[in-house]
Design a protein around this ligand. Structure first.
Ligand SMILES: C[S@@+](CC[C@H](N)C(=O)[O-])C[C@H]1O[C@@H](n2cnc3c(N)ncnc32)[C@H](O)[C@@H]1O
Length: 351
């Protein structure tokens, strides 16, 4: 079974729940767009009082609570406007939280908002397969999760393959490597859409928020790409110090691929189950990332620390992160000139 990479669990200072305000800011900016979309594009079936919402790649909270509350508020407003009835008395919301089964669901469930007005269930498992019954979902949401692939693309970890990648991600400079990553993205995104196409009711909405790379831009020209290159350099330094085996590092890759806009659209069109209602850049309140070494190092640790630790051990992970923060000031001028515009808001409607 392929390893699964989840965010740092718990509620401590180095947990995702305490260090995901950057991701949260995008949800705050998207609230109005989601509300507008639900008001104009969603048809509410007034014959049924059940409304199902799922968040795919929910992690440990609290961002997922904000995401689902935004949707519930918008559905309630629409219902009140269309029926003049109180949604609290007439609609029962069920929220399905999805993530890998090794996600810290305990933290998620322990920190549910005490005043939530919805029923809750966890639906663990990869979102590249079905996690819900057919025709059961009214609105799906997924933020900052679809850049994770289901596995390391074929060939890139093999020194004998033309797609062998000594970098730790798809920088965009090698055609063979880019092709291998894109092939895997097409398979995974195709599976995601096939599963959601079966789960969503006709007319249901799917909101996808997060990172895409603008067409014509290489990943290494973006801030996220530069930060991954920085992480790769720090891992190489730690290998030189002897805590990581260099050969192992040369075959180490992150299974992440923020697709280019055209690539993303083409997979949606190939799937054929959805109408693209919106595919637009969205301004993030904090732009790409705040240029603060301590913030960037903690963010790196809660996101990628688990993967590095499971592959190279805790000591190597801690040392890598120490260097990451220490050497970060050297790359700040480069980061300030990165190509921006990687945050996207995508809305699909099930045909
Ligand atoms: C950066 S977190 C985003 C969390 C939350 N949506 C937010 O915006 O703050 C990405 C989440 O996606 C989950 N994830 C990645 N691949 C997944 C998959 N194939 N199936 C389910 N969850 C997945 C990870 O475990 C992680 O919790």
């Amino acid at each position: 079974m392929a390893p699964t990479y989840t965010m740092a669990g718990g509620k401590g200072p180095n947990s995702y729940s305490q260090h995901s305000t950057y991701q949260r800011a995008l949800l705050e900016v998207a609230k109005e767009k989601i509300s507008e979309a639900i008001s104009t594009k969603l048809e509410i079936n007034s014959a049924s009082n059940r409304f199902n919402i799922a968040d795919f790649g929910c992690s440990t909270g609290p961002n997922t609570f904000l995401a689902v509350q935004n949707i519930i508020d918008a559905v309630g407003q629409k219902y009140r406007k269309e029926t003049q009835k109180n949604p609290d008395d007439n609609i029962e919301f069920q929220v399905l939280f999805n993530d890998h089964s090794n996600n810290d669901f305990n933290t998620l469930f322990q920190t549910l908002p005490p005043t939530k007005g919805y029923f809750v269930a966890g639906v663990p498992g990869s979102f590249f397969g079905r996690v819900l019954p057919r025709d059961s979902l009214h609105v799906g949401h997924c933020s900052y999760s679809l850049h994770w692939l289901s596995q390391i693309p074929k060939g890139i970890a093999d020194p004998n393959s033309p797609a062998w990648n000594k970098d730790i991600h798809c920088t965009g400079f090698s055609e063979e490597v880019a092709e291998a990553y894109l092939d895997q993205f097409k398979i995974d995104m195709g599976s995601f859409l096939k599963a959601r196409g079966e789960e969503l009711v006709s007319g249901g909405l799917l909101f996808l928020l997060g990172s895409c790379v603008p067409d014509g831009v290489k990943m290494s020209e973006t801030m996220k790409g530069m930060l991954l290159d920085h992480l790769g350099n720090c891992l190489n330094d730690v290998a030189k110090e002897g805590l990581i085996n260099q050969e192992e590092l040369d075959s180490f890759n992150f299974p992440i691929y923020p697709a280019h806009v055209a690539e993303f659209k083409s997979v949606i069109e190939d799937n054929g189950c959805f109408t693209i209602e919106a595919f637009e850049k969205i301004s993030h309140a904090n732009e790409e990332f705040p240029l603060d070494p301590e913030f960037l190092a903690t963010s790196n640790k809660v996101t990628f620390g688990g993967v590095i630790e499971s592959r190279f051990g805790k000591e190597a992970m801690e040392r890598t992160n120490e260097l990451y923060e220490k050497k970060c000031p050297e790359i700040l001028p480069e980061l300030a000139n990165a190509k921006s515009g990687m945050q996207f808001f995508i809305m699909l409607r099930r045909n």
